[in-house]
Design a protein around this ligand. Structure first.
Ligand code: NDP
Length: 327
């Protein structure tokens, strides 16, 4: 089969396209999926660089794809599927034509949702839902700060926050990204890249009358974490959910005491561990996509053989919305 193989950690050039890689067979509780559309996520770059350890080497990275069931494993959990079912899944090893994946982390795509939208909004959409529902349950009227608002997760967050009725202050790099974040629902957008733009923390203080925001959603990490702590109001929360500029370094817990702030470092995997949780978030997402209440913006669809270029574009901050691969 066609697959992108990572033999060692490193830059995008370590992603090697092969056309003769062995097709896997489904294990006991697995299904074999013929991947038609593969989702790219920033986390893929962490596994590529070694920020997150690979389960084995050589590895096929990637966390999600949509396609059709090509075979089912012999045990009960895989028997909720039949060959030919249209599905989307979230696990590990999607940069390939076929993946053998846990039936527990696979779900049928409802009619009326394309494979592109199913995977385009899957991991990112469930992440965004878990961030606004569980990491910090956003209430109507809350002041919210959102970094990287024109990214894949960012644009979905903008839409969900608007639907809840939050007052969102967003950051994005460059005027086009700012415009896009605004169009997707952010109330105030700060360009944290352009010279002359107000420092985003000053702007947050100005907008909130020096009080700060109820919650900061920070996926940028190293470059923003300190000011994110400053931007939270008394009894506020900072949700650190990514490392786009590098991980948040260790810091003294006493730093939270000045304003009784809480900090959380959630992962989607931790919110979708059981089948019940996985189905809950997947079904919530499908409903929003099907009704048109959540729009999936696809930045570009790359050929599988161009996965390295997709990583370059993502890491160079050239993209907005979702990047897809097609075998
Ligand atoms: P994005 O499309 O948001 O791309 C990353 C964006 O981060 C860039 O476009 C850029 O936007 C911003 N950024 C800021 N500083 C840097 C930097 N130094 N290098 C690169 N980018 C930078 O990616 P995703 O939507 O895939 O993911 C967004 C974040 O959410 C990631 O950190 C990811 O790890 C995290 N995430 C976490 C999950 C979880 O379960 N905890 C699940 C899914 C995603 P700009 O130019 O506007 O600054």
């Amino acid at each position: 089969m066609k697959a992108v193989i990572l033999e060692q950690n490193g830059g995008p050039d370590e992603l090697h396209y092969k056309t003769d890689y062995p097709t896997p067979a489904p294990g006991q509780d697995e299904v074999l999926v013929h991947n038609e559309v593969i989702g790219i996520n920033y986390i893929d770059t962490y596994f590529r660089t070694g920020l997150y350890p690979l389960p084995s080497k050589p590895a096929i990275i990637g966390q999600e794809a949509s396609g059709t069931i090509a075979a089912v494993g012999p045990r009960s959990k895989s028997h909720r599927f039949e060959v030919g079912d249209r599905v989307v899944w979230m696990k590990f090893g999607s940069y390939a034509e076929y993946s053998a994946v846990s039936a527990e982390k696979t779900i049928k795509v409802p009619d009326g949702i394309s494979n592109e939208d199913a995977v385009g909004g899957f991991l990112m959409g469930m992440t965004a839902l878990s961030l606004v529902k569980e990491a910090y349950p956003v209430q109507k009227g809350d002041w919210v700060m959102l970094h990287a608002a024109a990214g894949g997760v960012g644009l979905l967050m903008c839409q969900l926050l608007r639907a809840i009725g939050a007052k969102t202050i967003a950051t994005a790099g460059g005027p086009e990204k700012c415009e896009l974040a605004k169009k997707h629902g952010a109330d105030h957008v700060i360009d944290y890249k352009s010279a002359g733009a107000p420092k985003w923390l000053d702007e947050v203080k100005r907008l909130t009358n020096d009080e700060g925001v109820a919650v900061v959603y920070d996926s940028v990490g190293k470059d923003t974490w300190e000011n994110s702590l400053e931007a939270a109001r008394r009894k506020g929360k900072v949700v650190f959910y990514g490392n786009s500029s590098g991980p948040v370094p260790p810091f003294p817990i006493a730093r939270l005491s000045a304003k009784n702030i809480s900090v959380i470092r959630p992962t989607l995997m931790g919110y979708t561990h059981t089948r019940e949780e996985f189905e809950y978030y997947a079904n919530e997402l499908f409903q929003l996509v099907k009704s048109g209440d959540l729009r999936i913006r696809i930045h570009d669809t790359y050929k599988l053989e161009n996965a390295a270029q997709a990583h370059r574009d993502l890491e160079a901050r050239k993209t907005t919305g979702k990047l897809l691969l097609k075998p």
